[in-house]
Design a protein around this ligand. Structure first.
Ligand SMILES: [Fe+2]
Ligand SMILES: [Fe+2]
Length: 169
């Protein structure tokens, strides 16, 4: 197995930071919902927080397995105050869309460096991002239906609380 190139190593380290920052963002979103007594929405956010942490760990493990050097950077302070439920999910969608772009860029870099093992590892992330964007879009669609109706919002809150982990995968 050829040695990991410095460029790919650096990019993977950067993506670890990005996933950690995603986890931190979802944690902040969970805390917002906990404060609003919307425990179902909070639970949904905690599931996402755990997933982002898992993504960071997958990259961490891969870097180690390839004999790479881990370089952990500071995680940016997340935004913690939001005006509405919708604004939180709009922000989550923007985050996921940006992350998809970063994963694609990373894949393109591995392709350019003829790093087949990294391409193969990143394939899982490419597929995962399709799912990640979709599940946020699904909640946004339900928020559209609920509109300004608080009862509908509470029904959705309960529905999200009951969603299995596989539903948020
Ligand atoms: Fe992620
Ligand atoms: Fe994600």
């Amino acid at each position: 197995m050829p040695k990991l190139s410095n460029t790919v190593e650096e990019a993977l380290n950067h993506q670890i930071n990005q996933e950690m920052s995603g986890a931190y963002n979802y944690l902040a979103m969970a805390s917002f919902f906990e404060g609003q007594n919307l425990s179902g929405f909070a639970k949904w956010m905690h599931r996402q927080r755990a997933e982002e942490l898992d993504h960071a760990m997958r990259l961490f493990r891969y870097l180690i397995d390839r004999g790479g050097q881990i370089d952990l950077a500071a995680v940016e302070k997340p935004r913690i105050d939001y005006k509405s439920v919708r604004e939180v999910f709009d922000t989550a969608l923007a985050y996921e869309q940006n992350n998809t772009k970063l994963i694609n860029d990373l894949y393109a870099l591995a392709l350019n460096e003829n790093d087949y093992a990294t391409q193969s590892h990143l394939q899982w992330f490419v597929d995962e991002q399709v799912e990640e964007e979709k599940i946020v879009q699904d909640v946004l669609g339900l928020l559209d239906v609920a509109g300004d109706n608080n009862s509908a919002l509470l029904v959705l809150n309960r529905q999200l609380a009951e969603q299995e982990d596989s539903g948020g995968a």
